[in-house]
Design a protein around this ligand. Structure first.
Ligand SMILES: Cc1cc2nc3c(=O)[nH]c(=O)nc-3n(C[C@H](O)[C@H](O)[C@H](O)COP(=O)(O)O)c2cc1C
Length: 177
């Protein structure tokens, strides 16, 4: 199948996730086209059989560019099997309120765009301390402290479960929900 993957990223983890998805789909013989949302223009939808959109949460919001893309192409997306990957740190935790929040945020993102993905998957992201500016370091220390975690500011920490993602893309889009 020809599968389009469009992603937005702020610190790079969603790019890694989108690349992983593309390579896993390609391993299974699919034709995966990976595009950063800024480059996702002039898409020949006639050749697209399924699509994945991936974006990450910052201050409770997914990137606006991805929201605009989803809204502009809701009709094309709704006519195919589609999957929304929402990357966050809340997805790495077990706090039920936070997990309910990220589900609500993802659903609102899709509703606002008029997009009805077959599946929404919450994916745990990463702390990228080595790439944060002063504000982000401060914000992330604060988030970590709230969770009772101590952060080593010199170190990145990845929570993405690559095995679970691999298992997802071993079945999707054939087992599209
Ligand atoms: C300034 C900032 C704000 C963030 N806000 C949230 C948030 O509201 N909820 C959450 O679960 N994760 C939050 N995160 C964590 C990111 O979603 C996580 O680091 C993710 O891996 C980022 O993906 P990206 O590298 O593709 O942008 C935040 C991270 C930063 C740096």
């Amino acid at each position: 199948m020809k599968i389009l993957i469009v992603y937005a990223t702020t610190e790079g983890q969603t790019r890694r996730i989108a690349r992983f998805a593309a390579s896993r789909l390609a391993d299974r013989g699919h034709g995966a086209e990976l595009l950063h949302v800024a480059d996702a223009e002039d898409i020949d939808w006639a050749g697209v059989e399924a699509a994945v959109l991936a974006g990450s949460l910052h201050m409770g919001r997914v990137q606006d560019e991805l929201a605009e893309f989803a809204a502009a192409h809701a009709d094309e997306l709704n006519a195919r099997p589609t999957l929304f990957l929402q990357v966050s740190l809340a997805a790495a935790g077990t706090d039920e309120d936070e997990l309910a929040d990220i589900d609500r945020i993802a659903q609102a993102f899709c509703d606002r765009a008029g997009w009805r993905p077959g599946r929404i998957v919450q994916v745990a992201g990463a702390f990228r301390f080595t790439q944060y500016d002063f504000f982000r370091r401060w914000a992330m220390r604060h988030i970590a402290a709230q969770k009772g975690e101590t952060i080593d500011p010199g170190k990145d920490r990845e929570y993405t479960d690559w095995d679970a993602l691999g298992a997802l893309f071993d079945r999707w889009p054939e087992a599209a929900g």
